[in-house]
Design a protein around this ligand. Structure first.
Ligand code: TRP
Length: 462
């Protein structure tokens, strides 16, 4: 990035922006969360619904966020204040800042597990362990009250440090090199996984849909995950969009980032599910899925030791480039709106988020008996932020572009650096004005059982 005349930082190259935006999108969401929730919600049917949401809702909202960011050159909150002064739209931004807090707090916990797995890998801890032993080692680690906190805080410190010493040099430069290496390792893992005996069952689980297995909650989670995985709904891409120069073709950027993100998720699924079936692991077991499955795969491959170390290092880095983008939303808000110095803002935000993360981490072990609506604190934060806050944020972002910002400004902003065909604009406007908001609304009513709830209220049997 370079400083622009206006004093705001900018990405230096087209590839730099794509790498940073893809670095934000590609993270634990793709490699940890996508396989685990696909397992919980029954496999291929979930995947197909997810893909439909990515195309019809994710992609247009990603373009909307980039447009809002570049046009306003502000943080998530300031952007709306600038583009639609004196209107309530700015609350979309406050929503986003709140979501960033919650998401990063549990994100840091899982990223901490990933760091611990670098250590496990270096020590060759799983060498000749049975799948059951690997599984209980994972359980033992995450429920321990001390170990995970150390790694979670370490991750938060690294995230905060990068945000302080240079989003500029940090994000752009490292993302460019590391993301492609991650891709290559995942492809190598895929090759090993699909050649395991019994791999076919895993591929069938992932690609052969049985829609009768899909629940409304599964559909809601597919929607929430489309937002989570693409880093949408809370202003990350508004913030990054604000660092993009005028000549960038935002449509291409949105398409490329969406494609890369989805590709990595599917490749991660191909690495996991064949192995899940080959080693008799329970696909719906939840948050531990990759941490329990992948060590088995590494043990079954030549050079497994090296790949394992490398893989968890890269997973941690992928988590870092995403974590930075979440923290950046809060920091940009603190500095531009509350006029707190960047350094102070970062320290403040990082500490508060790390504190919340500690509670999250402890909810896996000593606090596990405290449940809110049947979920522990960790799962609850994940559920509320991904499945509620992000889709609501996304719905308002789409409505904003469709109804307030409008077609002509969209055209002016987008056609700047690229060509825009008439049909493209028409479809895009249709998606942001109607399709995305209505779809989100319906999924909400169903997924949260709100209709059932209202019905029960009226029929008096609750
Ligand atoms: N998309 C990232 C992942 O898949 C996580 C992430 C980064 C995120 N920025 C975000 C999620 C903004 C929601 C909103 O791991």
């Amino acid at each position: 990035m370079i400083k622009h005349r206006t004093g705001r930082a900018q990405f230096t190259s087209k590839f730099g922006l794509i790498a940073a935006a893809a670095g934000s999108a590609i993270g634990l969401g793709n490699i940890w969360k996508f396989p685990y929730i696909t397992g919980v919600y029954g496999g291929a049917a979930f995947l197909f619904v997810y893909l439909a949401f990515i195309l019809a809702i994710g992609l247009p909202i990603m373009l909307s966020e980039l447009i809002i960011g570049r046009k306003s050159r502000r943080n998530a909150f300031g952007a709306f204040k600038k583009l639609a002064p004196e209107t309530p739209w700015r609350f979309i931004g406050s929503f986003g800042v709140a979501a960033a807090f919650l998401i990063l707090s549990f994100y840091g916990v899982v990223a901490g597990w990933s760091i611990k797995y670098i250590v496990f890998s270096i020590n060759n801890s799983f060498h000749s362990s049975s799948p059951e032993a690997i599984s209980s080692a994972f359980e033992k680690f995450i429920t321990n009250p001390v170990g995970p906190l150390f790694y979670q805080i370490l991750f938060m410190l690294m995230t905060g440090a990068i945000v302080i010493i240079g989003v500029q040099k940090g994000i752009e430069r490292y993302s460019k090199v590391l993301m492609p290496i991650l891709l290559i390792i995942i492809i190598i893992l895929d090759i090993r996984a699909v050649t395991l005996p019994g791999a076919g069952d895993g591929l069938r689980f992932l690609f052969h849909p049985d829609f009768s297995k899909l629940s409304f909650e599964g559909v809601l989670s597919a929607l929430g995950h489309a937002f989570f995985s693409l880093s949408l709904g809370m202003g990350t891409l508004i913030t990054y969009g604000s660092y993009v120069n005028k000549h960038n073709n935002l449509v291409n950027t949105a398409i490329q980032v969406t494609f890369a993100d989805t590709l990595i998720a599917i490749l991660a699924g191909i690495a996991i599910f064949p192995a899940v079936f080959a080693f008799n692991i329970e696909p719906g077991q939840g948050v531990g899925l990759i941490f329990v499955t992948l060590p088995n795969v590494f043990m079954q491959m030549p050079g497994g030791y090296l790949f394992s170390v490398l893989f968890f290092i890269l997973l941690t880095i992928a988590a870092l480039t995403s974590g930075i983008s979440i923290l950046e939303v809060v920091v940009a808000y603190f500095t531009e709106e509350l006029k707190i110095k960047r350094r102070t803002s970062t320290i403040l935000a990082t500490s508060l988020i790390a504190l919340l993360g500690i509670i999250c981490s402890l909810s896996m072990g000593i606090f596990s008996e405290y449940e809110i609506f049947g979920l522990n604190f960790f799962d609850q934060l994940d559920f509320i932020s991904a499945n509620l806050l992000l889709p609501i944020g996304g719905m308002f972002i789409a409505l904003f572009i469709g109804w307030s910002f409008g077609k002509f400004k969209v055209m002016r902003e987008v056609a700047h650096g690229g060509r825009l065909r008439g049909w493209f604009l028409r479809i895009f406007m249709l998606l942001v004005k109607f399709v995305a908001p209505i779809a989100i609304f319906i999924v909400f009513l169903q997924g949260l059982n709100i209709l059932d709830f209202i019905f029960a209220l009226f029929s008096g049997n609750h």
